[in-house]
Design a protein around this ligand. Structure first.
Ligand code: ACO
Length: 370
């Protein structure tokens, strides 16, 4: 038995949800470029869960369900009030999602209908949790979700209590489309491993949030912004990046396990970053990002991934830096739950082997002789 580090190149399951073939990403066979251009996030979530694009009335039906489920239990809000003020936002989300299970009578109902309903419910509630957390830590009251608007609109509204402008809603919605699913990424795999024991959907999503939190995965979008803040201005980009590369440090937002010739999602976020910069009259973050890309790609051959330009996009939308990864979670929840449903449909326990590298045949030594 020989281990493959990081399971690189291992095909661990079959899936009909998303594919990455020759650097092209599709959701249910539809190219991400087309979806980014034309679809709303709700349509994409429907596509991931049901395997087809919704008709107008199916989409209306999903929107009504999302509206009906968007409020979170009062007990979960009361718990969020007890979180320490400096709680990490992904730790807060992980804890709150785990708590949701306590107030859902159907948490352990394993029927297909109950699990699909919980997927939609979680999709509706994630943005409410994050907005409530963001307000409570600032000493503000959470804002109840609004009916009749998109998830992107509702999230921005619940953060500030003000109606977001259309451009901000459109940009966030497109970002949600781009992050919705990505084959067997680390958090999706974590979700599938958890539910393959026939544990419940809340456990699967809680595992996924824990995996997404790390800076080698979803946490990279926040880390990119930390880097941009450390750099401070365009003039400092070159020396900062050269120092990092000379010290063999990683540049967050670059590289990918699967894409070696570029992440197809990055160009959409780059375009969005440029357009938002132009609209707000502040191109500095965009220009700094382009310069970083030029240096890192030029010297290391590494291309930006989905996280790199997300940082400047979200900052231009005035979203606090530590909510970038939770926003990723709002979007990826659709993919996680589609994979969880697929895992339940054709389940087998996921239990690989390990290549043993410890000492060979030792004898037990009684404690008084050690
Ligand atoms: N900056 C500098 N060098 C890098 C970077 C980077 N961002 N990424 C990879 N490298 C280098 C490594 O140091 C390594 O060099 P070496 O062979 O000289 O040791 C080589 O490229 C291979 O890198 P690995 O880390 O082994 O590649 P792996 O496939 O395991 O990792 C990963 C992929 C985790 C994404 C990596 O590129 C990375 O850490 N990137 C930065 C974090 C990041 O942006 N994560 C988000 C990924 S996308 C997502 O999850 C949504």
């Amino acid at each position: 038995m020989t281990a493959t580090k990081g399971l690189e190149g291992i095909v661990a399951t079959t899936s009909s949800i998303s594919s990455i073939i020759d650097g092209v990403l599709t959701y249910r066979g539809i190219n991400i470029d087309e979806l980014a251009e034309h679809a709303t996030f709700e349509e994409v979530a429907y596509l991931l869960w049901y395997g087809k694009l919704p008709t107008q009335s199916e989409l209306e039906g999903l929107r009504s369900e999302l509206d009906a489920y968007a409020a979170i239990p009062g007990q979960v809000i009361e718990q969020i009030r007890l979180y320490p003020k400096d709680t990490n936002s992904m730790a807060a989300l992980r804890t709150a999602v785990s708590s949701l299970a306590l107030y859902d009578d159907a948490a352990n109902d394993m029927s297909v209908e109950a699990n699909l309903k919980k997927a939609i419910k979680l999709q509706a509630q994630l943005s409410t949790i994050i907005a409530a957390f963001a307000r409570i830590r600032e000493g503000q009251e959470p804002i109840a979700p609004k009916a009749g608007v998109s998830i992107a609109h509702n999230f921005l509204y619940m953060l500030t209590g003000e109606e977001p402008d259309e451009i901000a809603v459109k940009a966030l919605d497109q970002a949600l489309v781009l992050h919705a699913d990505h084959e067997l990424n680390a958090s999706t795999f974590a979700a599938r491993v958890t539910v393959a024991t026939l544990s419940d959907i809340y456990s699967g999503v809680t595992s996924a949030i824990g995996a997404l939190k790390g800076p080698l995965h979803g946490g990279a979008n926040e880390a990119v912004m930390v880097m941009l803040e450390e750099i401070g201005s365009f003039e400092n980009v070159e020396s900062y990046i050269n120092d990092k590369l000379n010290n063999k440090e990683k540049i967050m937002g670059f590289g990918h396990r699967v894409y070696k010739n570029g992440d197809p999602r990055a160009k959409h976020l780059q375009k969005m970053s440029r357009e938002l910069g132009k609209l707000t009259g502040n191109m500095e973050l965009y220009e700094m990002s382009v310069k970083i890309e030029e240096l890192v790609t030029g010297q290391k051959g590494l291309k930006p991934n989905v996280d790199f330009y997300s940082a400047s996009v979200y900052t231009t939308l005035k979203i606090p830096r530590d909510l970038f990864t939770p926003i990723f979670a709002i979007s990826r929840l659709s993919g996680w739950t589609a994979h969880i449903l697929e895992q339940y449909e054709n389940n087998r326990l996921i239990r690989p082997r390990a290549e043993y590298t410890g000492p060979a045949s030792q004898s037990y030594v009684p404690i008084n002789e050690r």
